[in-house]
Ligand binder design. Sequence first.
Ligand code: GDP
Ligand code: MG
Length: 201
Amino acid sequence: MVHASKERTLVIIKPDGVQRSLVGEIIQRFERVGLKLVGVKFGVPEESRIEEHYTLDPEWKRRVGERAIASYTKKGEKPPSNDPIAIGDSVVERLKKYMSSGPAVVMAWQGAHSVELVRKLVGGTEPRSSDVGTIRGDFVLDSYAMSDSDGRAIRNLIHASGSVEEATQELALWFSEKELVDYRLLQEGILYDVNLDGILE
Ligand code: GDP
Ligand code: MG
C-alpha cells in the first residue's frame, strides 16, 4: 500500500491571485502546515485546458447547475434556465474567460491528507461565506450574487482538487509524470518518522 505521506493534490493560484500578489502568501500557507511542493508551472492557461479541467468529471456541470437553480429558487428568484446542464455550460464559459485572463501558478503538493488539508486551508467556494482564517476568507470578498449579476465567474483566488480521485485526474491533466519530482524534504523526518531515533547525538 502507498504510504499516506505520498498523497498529492493539484492547486492553481488563479489569475486574480497572481494579480493580488498573493503567490508567496498562498504558498507559505501550504508550506507551513508541512506539505511539500513537488511540481510547479507558471503561465497563461489555455481555454481548451480549462474546459478539459472542469469536465473531467462528467457530472460536475450538472451538479453546479442544480446547485445554482436551487440557490435562485431559495432566494425567490427565477433561474436563468431550468436546465442544469445549460447553466453548467455558462459557468464553464465564464471560468474559461477568468482562468485564461492572465498568468496562473499550477502546483502539485504532497503530504498526508494533502487533498483534505489543502481544501481546509483554501476555504469554501464563495469568498463571502468562506471561513475567516482560510485563504478565500482572508484575502477576497466576492459573492455569487455579485458575480452572477455581473455575468462573470466568481473570483476566489485559487483552485484545489476536491477529492483524491479528482486530484489524480487533475494532476495527470496538468503535469506529465516527469514534471512531478520525487524527493525527500529534511523536515519530513519529524512529520513522519516512526522512531525519531536520528535526533540526539
Ligand atoms: P471549488 O472546488 O471550491 O472551486 O468549487 P467547485 O468545484 O464546486 O466549483 C468550481 C468553480 O465553479 C467555482 O470556483 C465557481 O467559479 C464555479 N461555481 C461553482 N458553483 C457555482 C454556482 O453555484 N454558481 C456559480 N455561478 N458558479 C459556480
Ligand atoms: Mg472543485
